[in-house]
Design a protein around this ligand. Sequence first.
Ligand SMILES: C[S@@+](CC[C@H](N)C(=O)[O-])C[C@H]1O[C@@H](n2cnc3c(N)ncnc32)[C@H](O)[C@@H]1O
Length: 266
Amino acid sequence: MKIDYKETTSDLLKRIDIHNKFGGRDIDKWMLDIIKLKKGDKILDVGCGAGKQCFSYFNYLEGDASITGGDISDELLSQARSENKKINDAITFMTLNFNRPFDLPDNTFDFESCCFAIYYAEDIPFTIREMHRVLKPGGRLFSTGPMPTNKQLFYDVIREATGKPIPPMPGSSRYESQILASMRDIFSSVEVNVFENPLTFESAEPFIEYTRASLSEDRRLWTSFFNDKNEFEEIMKKIQAVAEKRIKAEGKLVMTKVVGGFLATK
Ligand SMILES: C[S@@+](CC[C@H](N)C(=O)[O-])C[C@H]1O[C@@H](n2cnc3c(N)ncnc32)[C@H](O)[C@@H]1O
């Protein structure tokens, strides 16, 4: 499945900022409690973006680890590298296209992660096999992605504003089904964890910012919605009106992120 998707630095960082400001729970802490990293671990983060998970591992392990982050986006990698300067380039950031064989040897890493990225792979089993190949025997992969009930409010508001059905999203429509099944086929065991984080908005503005940061590049995934450039702003106005109406009626908007964390062992 070819997915025409390109994350921009500003959209990704905007969504991370809104999760931090309006969410009640910390996903990094949830993840660190599950994965139980050990000092000295050799770690690879696939689809590392601006390095969120790499820096979280570095801080948790107080720098005592060998951490590599790989991503296809030059823009996000340069953001990660500029942050990396603050810790004397302690993390290695490399170009990695997970649709191609990884330029990394077999049986190398103790731990690997792939957060909110696997569902953009063209051939999911191929990418999971590559992640499996570079792990040491007994090594673990932690993958995160949206469950089917993720951010229902976001889709409800868009559905009400447009009167159109929501197209199947590459993540939430497949993560708990096809992608989990593929991990189960390739790894010897997979444990499923679920993280729920309600984001509470008392005004429409941050919800609209979040919507823009989700839809601006993703527009190409919503082909039935946006046929020309002007349509985007028109639809955003309708979304804003529905969000404002709901806040007036209910006092707030609560959008719950529902994330699956699949911990697989080689
Ligand atoms: C939603 S972002 C998540 C980034 C990061 N893991 C985080 O949680 O902040 C998805 C990431 O997948 C990356 N990605 C998409 N296609 C890729 C590919 N073919 N190879 C490697 N990374 C890819 C994007 O560049 C982006 O950094």
